[in-house]
Design a protein around this ligand. Structure first.
Ligand code: ATP
Ligand code: MG
Length: 437
């Protein structure tokens, strides 16, 4: 059987086919992983610092879940989902976002008898046009809070993100917030908006013309410059908010002011998903080109009931790991901690002993970053490797060191004579080095 050529294959020089990753889905190589880990570790620390608990849900769900939550007339459901028929004919989809799965999980597992502050992380899948900051497999860290209705929790999730940026050393992110009102307020606004936009129907982009009938608020979110110009003069939802929604929004603003977190109110911020109400927010940077939104979220009080759960208020956000990692890389900073030591073993006896001594060092100095040389070779070639490894010390043993029960310790970063230390002394040195880093 001949395999038809596909975009995921290329002809190798020998005539065979090299398999390639799927377009828009990327390998994460060791050089990049350090920054990812720093982001993930910092996020986890910040989240735990606010008492949030992690939840993990499957990557595949029934397609119906996303249709019912994200909305039929959204970019995601209309054209971005990886949906396929399971072997028994069920329509399944790779998750395009985390909120729907999270809501399904808390309903299904009966977690809504008390309030929940949850977070998750993992890959999401959307069939978008791949470009900088936009991939087909991308990764998010997200937060979902259930059962808390007041502005205090909206404020908390925003302050939590602000703290995360500080912990990551990211500056220059700006916060935009808006209130989408409640269902009735939005319905009244919707009529007025349709009326206004109808006057410019012919000048709207094709998607917006279609959305005018199905989901007119999304027109506010259009990326087309001409549509944006029309939208700039449109009536705003802010003018249609009732007293309670207005109060809720004012409380968040007051909290942000008091916490000295700068923000701007963007009356045209509507978000791409259908389920939001009241508070929506985005963190945006100008340093990443067109895909500048690194974190987005808001309140979605109706979604739990809409998916069959009891009436439960909810608020959350998701941040795009790839975009934040790119931002972290731009601002520099060392990502992966360097090795503390590289173990050089010359001769057969030393090669047998080195792994055992390394184990004892790892026992005595927990957390030490110690790499042993494998594959033998001359002292010179091993020492070259040690230097290249970025380690702080080379630990050297040969027959002579073993006979005398010592380890040669040579600093690779400073001018200093090689010393001979006992195993406990070496362990102390490496442990002290860790405390200092
Ligand atoms: P956009 O307007 O950029 O398409 P969105 O509204 O579709 O964003 P959300 O669904 O709110 O995005 O996802 C939250 C965050 O996840 C985004 O702000 C972004 O940082 C990230 N994100 C979304 N889609 C992608 C993607 N295809 N590739 C990389 N990151 C993404
Ligand atoms: Mg999108």
């Amino acid at each position: 059987m001949t395999v038809p050529p596909s975009p995921a294959t290329a002809t190798a020089p020998g005539g065979g086919r090299n398999l390639q990753a799927i377009r828009g889905m990327h390998d994460l190589l060791p050089a990049q992983v350090g920054t990812w880990q720093r982001l993930e570790d910092t996020a986890r620390q910040v989240l735990e610092g606010y008492g949030y608990a992690e939840i993990r849900t499957p990557i595949v769900e029934v397609t119906e879940l996303f249709k019912r939550s994200i909305g039929e007339v959204t970019d995601i459901v209309e054209k971005e989902m990886y949906s396929f028929a399971d072997r028994n004919g069920d329509s399944l989809s790779l998750r395009p976002e985390g909120t729907a799965s999270c809501v399904r999980a808390v309903i299904e597992n009966g977690l809504l008898n008390q309030s929940q502050r949850l977070w998750y992380r993992g890959p999401m899948f959307r069939h978008e046009r791949p470009q900088r900051g936009r991939y087909r497999q991308f990764h998010q860290i997200g937060v979902e809070v259930f059962g808390l209705a007041g502005p205090d929790i909206d404020l908390e999730v925003i302050l939590l993100t602000a703290r995360l940026w500080r912990a990551l050393g990211l500056t220059g992110l700006r916060l935009e917030i808006n209130s989408l009102g409640d269902a009735a307020e939005r319905a009244a606004y919707r009529e007025e908006l349709v009326c206004y936009l109808d006057g410019y129907r012919d000048r709207l982009d094709a998607d917006s013309q279609r959305r005018l009938a199905t989901n007119p608020l999304r027109v506010l979110d259009s990326k087309s410059p001409e549509t944006q110009a029309i939208v700039a003069a449109a009536p705003t939802l802010m003018d249609h908010l009732g007293a309670q929604t207005r109060e809720h929004f004012a409380a968040i603003r007051a909290g942000l002011d008091a916490a000295a977190v700068p923000y701007c109110v963007n009356p045209r911020l509507v978000r791409g998903l259908d389920y939001y109400n009241r508070t929506v927010f985005e963190w945006i940077t100008d340093d990443l080109g067109a895909q500048g939104t690194v974190c987005a979220g808001g309140r979605y009080d109706g979604l739990v009931a809409q998916l069959g759960g009891c009436d439960t208020t909810a608020v959350g956000f998701a941040l795009g790991i790839e975009r934040l990692v790119e931002l972290m890389e731009l601002t520099g900073g060392r990502a992966t901690p360097p090795l503390d030591a590289y173990f050089v073993a010359v001769g057969e006896w030393a090669q047998r002993e080195a792994p055992l001594l390394a184990e004892r060092l790892r026992d005595a100095a927990p957390g030490v970053r110690l790499m042993t040389h494998c594959g033998g070779g001359s002292f010179k070639s091993q020492f070259k490797r040690a230097d290249k490894s970025g380690a702080r010390y080379a630990l050297v043993i040969g027959d002579s060191e073993l006979e005398r029960g010592v380890i040669g310790v040579k600093s690779l970063r400073e001018e200093a004579e090689q010393r001979e230390l006992s195993l406990p002394e070496t362990a102390d040195l490496l442990a002290a080095r860790q405390d200092a880093s």
